[in-house]
Design a protein around this ligand. Structure first.
Ligand SMILES: [Zn+2]
Ligand SMILES: [Zn+2]
Ligand SMILES: [Zn+2]
Ligand SMILES: [Zn+2]
Ligand SMILES: [Zn+2]
Length: 287
């Protein structure tokens, strides 16, 4: 299966096995395989998996090292691809991890902003509109107080639009970045004039292409996608077996003119793809 190929491609840092104690459980070296993490602490792949699971169960999506150094926690954040590699996650575990991390991160990044008037954190209940009610202000002012999720000013205008309010200059600055970014040829492939900045097809975070590889793991939702065709990486690879790096089955996606909105539904992120091996449709960006 082509997935292992991507694994190899991304794992520039080879796994380093060491004969040391497990810094998560504190177990002394007992002949068990231990992996040295990027922060320098050794862990057992099994306890790494269990530790990260417990972090996610407590609502954390940043996976941090718990090693105790003279009474202080190491606290280094491990990127998910590192955990995926060092914990030797199988396909099912990867799916569970990615889905959980994405949901937790979505909640934290997408759903809360500071009210421009009272500065309290307001949750956006409806992700399809930028018109948001502040209940704190509404109760102190004894009048409905709404603000614009995008320009963070008091709400102006009618309806519940998703793109801009009636305040002057209310537009998504990310769209301008996408419209004006430079293009580049992706080295080692046949992909030319690809926009150098893309909005993650799953969560909408803007990402600049830096690596050689056309597959990029989004730092916010942890979903891996193809910078050229904007399909999820697995879907892009699956459709072009053997030549997955040089070109894509689909043509180069044009500049995006719409920022994808993160789905709050767990199933919406991956659908049934894990069971069926298909990942069609769900993440073709709207252009
Ligand atoms: Zn550490
Ligand atoms: Zn308020
Ligand atoms: Zn606005
Ligand atoms: Zn993302
Ligand atoms: Zn592709």
């Amino acid at each position: 299966m082509s997935h292992s190929k991507t694994e190899d491609f991304h794992n520039q840092r080879p796994l380093k096995f060491v004969l040391r104690k497990d810094e998560i459980t504190g177990d002394e070296y007992d002949g068990q395989l231990r992996v040295e993490m990027s922060c320098g602490h050794a862990v057992d792949p099994g306890s790494l998996t269990a530790w990260c699971r417990s972090l996610m169960d407590q609502g954390h999506f940043k996976l941090c090292c718990p090693a105790d150094i003279n009474g202080e926690k190491c606290g280094a954040q491990w990127p998910y691809p590192e955990v995926r590699q060092c914990a030797v996650l199988n396909d099912t575990e990867q799916y569970q991890f990615e889905q959980k991390l994405a949901l937790l991160a979505a909640r934290s990044y997408c759903d809360f902003k500071e009210c421009p008037s009272c500065k309290s954190l307001v949750e956006r209940k409806e992700l399809t509109t930028i018109r948001v009610l502040c209940t704190v202000c509404t109760s102190t002012l004894r009048a409905t107080y709404e603000f614009c999720w995008q320009c963070l000013r008091a709400w102006k205008g009618a309806g519940t639009p998703s793109d801009h309010c009636a305040n002057v200059g209310c537009k998504d600055p990310n769209l301008e970045v996408l419209a004006s970014c430079t293009t580049k040829d992706l080295p080692g492939s046949e992909i030319c004039a690809c926009p150098s900045i893309r909005a993650c097809p799953t969560c909408g975070l803007l990402i600049e292409h830096k690596e050689k590889c056309k597959y990029v793991v989004c730092s916010r939702c942890q979903v891996e996608f193809c910078f050229a065709c904007l399909e999820l990486a697995r879907a892009c690879q699956a459709t072009k077996a053997g030549a997955w790096f040089k070109c894509c089955a689909k043509p180069l996606a044009p500049r995006q003119t719409h920022i994808p909105v993160w789905s709050r539904q767990g199933g919406g992120l991956w659908g049934d793809e894990v069971n069926t091996g298909h990942r069609e449709q769900s993440h073709t960006p709207t252009v």
